[in-house]
Design a protein around this ligand. Sequence first.
Ligand SMILES: Cc1ncc(COP(=O)(O)O)c(C=O)c1O
Length: 359
Amino acid sequence: MEIAVERLPEEKLKPLYNDPAQLGFGKIFTDYMFTMKHQDGKGWVEPKISPYSSFSIDPAAVVLHYSQEIFEGLKAYAAKDGRILLFRPEQNAKRMYRSAERLCMEPFPEEYFLKAVETLVNLEKRWIPRAPETSLYIRPTLVGLGAALGVHPASEYLFYIILSPVAAYYKEGFKPVKLAVEDYYVRSVIGGVGDAKTGGNYAASLMAGAKAEEKGFSQVLWLDAKEKKYVEEVGSMNMFFVFGKKLVTPNLGGSILPGITRASVLELAKSLGYQTEERQISIDEVVKGLDDGTLTEAFGSGTAAVISPVGSLYYQGKDYLVNNNQVGKVTQELYTKLVDIQFGNAKDPFGWSWDIGKF
Ligand SMILES: Cc1ncc(COP(=O)(O)O)c(C=O)c1O
């Protein structure tokens, strides 16, 4: 794949933001984006890096009516020694391929995904922020175009990547968040698309999220759709419950996203001597563990939030404090070890970190 690059004159480049307070999450976008199209009979064509700009698409495009859309989220990190690092990008490429298959879309080849990400990030390296806990968020997206008002897969696809320098995902930073257990609305069902990273899942989650935010919660903790009994995940994170030296996380039953951070935390925790269990965990077991003190910590895991300690759970009219609303030892240890690998501060015995260039 030969990527054509259309450069802007120096004076047209945007001013940089480096102050984490100004960055927030996903509000600022860099100067360039990557695009590539798929057309019937031609395959993937026109790989291009061009100035970040609006698209013009047909009002009858499939994505606008039937939500044929998938995306990914990964980050580029500035190591102190000047290296530019990605964290397990091949896993994002794989997951995007699987999401495309589930949504009957033309899958974007994994080797193109990796080359496009590496090339764009290297071109935009001045945008990778250096302040602690900041990074360059990478958002690959695939949409079904083609004008056709009939429920069928699109005839054309657009793959694109945009970049956004980001600070902490939650305004709290690395502090305990308050979650509300959602026992009315559901996010997804087994047999649905909950394990694909597709926009419709997030649209379906907005109502519950907005109601929870109004009441002062950071996000909702979803339960399974059938029995409203088992814990699933949080809006943009998988969940972990700590029982002393044992970590329990909901198994991948088809309705939750197979998080790359989740898989990494499981491996990391095992290597640190923790026992790990992937299984169904009921909200009753969680509440009982909080009541009798056997559940010692809880945290969410995800690219955006990394590892996010949970300070309290609201369920059926009652607030349950987790570890007295403090960051627990296990959460802190896993967070530090993971972030040290992501930012290249520590040796990476797992081979997760990809060194893709220098400043
Ligand atoms: C619904 C949902 N669950 C879990 C995650 C965590 O996945 P990952 O660790 O791959 O970022 C995300 C974020 O991508 C998500 O959107």
